[in-house]
Write a protein that binds this ligand. Structure first.
Ligand code: UDP
Length: 315
């Protein structure tokens, strides 16, 4: 049983992390500014005496209510959907830099394990495929997406600097596209958009010609990988994602089918710097953590649709 600080714990990934830790008996202090996360995501945990929610912006302040020891600090705080971080460029840079620094200092103070949720976005528009951890990436440092990509690259650098300078026990995960329940219908990411559009019978908005690829990991698998890393002593960085690579157009057709929808597909302009392809090489996670994803895409999409259906209809 551990006492774990989960920053961004009311967000999509963070709330699933809180669920997982509470279910196994840990105590969780969830820090969230509720900018892209929501109380609804953790409402079911509020009655548990091992769970607490502290509404705070970690870029400005990280103060725990009690001085009890902390065993692990998990940094899942950041807008992650492109429309969300493009609307909050300065906040995204701040949370990746100042927010990460404050959490690293907390981990250092407590001698706690520090888990950094980094991203496949650090590979930018990759010139190496599939992406191995040793690939250094192809990011435009001044492009619109750089607020997220460079914040995460800086966060990785800061994490390693605290490891080297202060001996902080750190683990860096590079998370690839993840989907599942608690993606909000208005989130703007591809799976939530396509499912919401399919359920409403509206056209699915494929950006570009849909030939760009993504590799989607179901949220329960992603959390299992992150927890395996947190519980280990591996520093990484380590890719945690599902190598089941699909084109966006293929995904659109699959989602229409899973939703039993008659929605047509329309094509809209490709956003600036949208990566052409993305697929993790997960050899390191498989060999060092004994982790690999289990949930098939069709099954995961059906579960996500079940979650989104009542919310889309109510909106
Ligand atoms: N995308 C799309 N239609 C949408 C939303 C996204 O075609 O309504 C595409 C987007 O251009 C990208 C891929 O789907 O190529 C994944 O986008 P998402 O925003 O989910 O995440 P990203 O991988 O770009 O961070």
């Amino acid at each position: 049983m551990s006492r774990v600080v989960v920053a961004g714990g009311a967000g999509f990934l963070g709330s699933h992390m809180c669920d997982h830790l509470i279910a196994r008996g840990d105590t969780v202090i969830c820090l969230d500014d509720l900018s892209t996360g929501s109380r609804e995501n953790v409402a079911h945990l509020m009655g548990c005496d091992r769970f607490s929610l502290v509404v705070t912006d970690i870029s400005a302040r990280v103060e725990l209510e009690s001085g009890d020891p902390v065993d692990a600090v998990c940094n899942l705080a950041s807008p992650a959907s492109p429309p969300a971080y493009l609307e909050r460029p300065l906040e995204t840079l701040a949370v990746g830099s100042e927010g990460t620094r404050r959490l690293l200092e907390l981990a250092h103070e407590h001698g706690a394990r520090f888990l950094m949720a980094s991203t496949s976005e650090i590979y930018g528009d990759p010139l190496v495929h599939p992406q191995v951890e040793s690939y250094r990436g192809n990011v435009d440092p001044t492009g619109p997406r750089s607020v997220y990509d460079e914040a995460k690259r800086f966060a990785e650098s800061l994490t390693m600097a605290h490891h080297r300078a202060h001996g902080v026990n750190v683990g860096i995960a590079r998370i690839f596209n993840t989907y599942g329940p608690r993606l909000s219908p208005g989130d703007g990411r591809v799976v939530s958009n396509f499912i919401s559009q399919s359920l409403r019978g509206e056209p699915l908005t494929v950006y570009g010609d849909g030939s760009q690829t993504r590799s989607l990991c179901y949220v329960d698998d992603e959390i299992a990988g992150l927890v395996a890393l947190m519980d280990s002593t591996l520093t990484g960085p380590v890719n945690i994602g599902n190598p089941d690579e699909r084109t966006v157009l293929e995904l659109a057709h699959l989602i229409v089918e899973v939703c039993g929808s008659r929605s047509p597909i329309t094509f809209e302009p490709l956003p600036t710097d949208d990566p052409t392809r993305r697929c993790p090489d997960i050899t390191l996670a498989t060999t060092e953590l004994g982790w690999s994803p289990k949930v098939e895409l069709r099954e995961g999409l059906a579960r996500t649709m079940e979650y989104l259906a009542p919310r889309v209809m109510a909106a």
